[in-house]
Design a protein around this ligand. Structure first.
Ligand code: C2E
Ligand code: CA
Ligand code: CA
Ligand code: CA
Length: 276
């Protein structure tokens, strides 16, 4: 059972978790992780291919735990299962907004930061208010913040539709992550005004060798254009992939430009792009 303390960290019982000892260890360690300051946020640039400008950064959570470095692909699902995702998710958003605030105070050009939000966080009816509170607290204009959700979240729910409207009303941007990898891609963009479609690396990896994959990718780009949404192509690693994508008006993200980096290093990468 879960109860909420005044400090907004959560207690939970690991009995709820099925499976391995590793999973139980991670769940137990997650409980302490915020308190012990074990999390950090890395930032990966998003580059407008036509101009070569960095227009945003995606915030990606890192956990340097007592168990060693654990990847988000492993611990996020466990955090979702044990309920820790709520306090962790809120921490990531605040951290990303504080970073934005700091960049703005340094007089740097406008930039957008995208934050991943789990479907579980959308079950919290107060999620939109929490987002708003963090924006007010950090004095970040909502238009510089993007919330990334996966299309499976849109399947889930009638409640999410309301929450998405609330978020739109606050003025933050909405991105659909891993677009085209699920079963409900078109449904996901039918009723909600999304600002960004993010095309998953798995599709990008196929396009150089497959006409059919290329047809799907260009169709998603076209869909984005028709919906008035930006398209971000993820996981660009090679110059060939970048050269191919440059023919389209899209934003690129991937190791080709930069790995996700701690804020100070990401700022230096940004400086290099500004000098060009
Ligand atoms: P995602 O949101 O799809 O994030 C993109 C992932 O691809 C990141 O992995 C990023 O480091 C990686 N990536 C970026 N460019 C390249 C590339 O060129 N090649 C390859 N091979 N990989 C690339 P990461 O940071 O390990 O995160 C994995 C997943 O964990 C994320 O996938 C996201 O679903 C989740 N995640 C990360 N941070 C958060 C968070 O703060 N909250 C939530 N709810 N989920 C998060
Ligand atoms: Ca993402
Ligand atoms: Ca993605
Ligand atoms: Ca993904």
């Amino acid at each position: 059972a879960k109860s909420r303390g005044k400090e907004n960290f959560e207690f939970f019982s690991t009995e709820l978790l099925d499976g391995s000892i590793r999973k139980q260890e991670i769940a137990a360690a997650l409980q302490q992780a915020l308190l012990h300051g074990e999390f950090s946020v890395h930032y990966q640039p998003q580059v407008e291919l036509s101009s070569g400008r960095i227009i945003g950064f995606e915030a990606l959570l890192r956990w340097n735990s007592a168990l060693g470095a654990v990847s988000p692909s492993e611990f996020i699902p466990i955090a979702e299962e044990c309920g820790a995702i709520h306090s962790i998710g809120e921490w990531v958003l605040r951290e990303a907004c504080l970073q934005l605030k700091s960049w703005r105070e340094q007089g740097r050009p406008d930039i957008r930061v995208s934050v991943n939000v789990s479907a579980k966080q959308f079950r919290d009816p107060e999620f939109a208010q929490k987002v708003e509170r963090i924006l007010v607290e950090t004095k970040v204009p909502p238009k510089f913040v993007e919330i990334e959700i996966t299309e499976s979240l849109m399947l889930d729910i009638g409640a999410a539709a309301e929450l998405l409207q609330e978020l739109k009303a606050i003025g933050v941007n909405l991105a659909i992550d891993d677009f085209g990898t699920g079963y409900s891609s078109l449904n996901a963009v039918k009723n909600i005004q999304v600002d960004t479609l993010k095309i998953d690396k798995s599709l990008v990896d196929e396009v150089l060798g497959s006409d059919r994959s290329m047809a799907i990718l260009t169709t998603i780009i076209e869909l984005g254009r028709n919906l008035g949404a930006e398209v971000v192509v993820e996981g660009l690693e090679t110059i060939d992939q970048v050269a191919l994508m440059r023919q389209y008006e899209v934003i690129g993200q991937g190791y080709y430009f930069s790995r996700p980096l701690p804020a100070d290093k990401a700022t230096r990468v940004w400086d290099k792009y500004l000098e060009q």
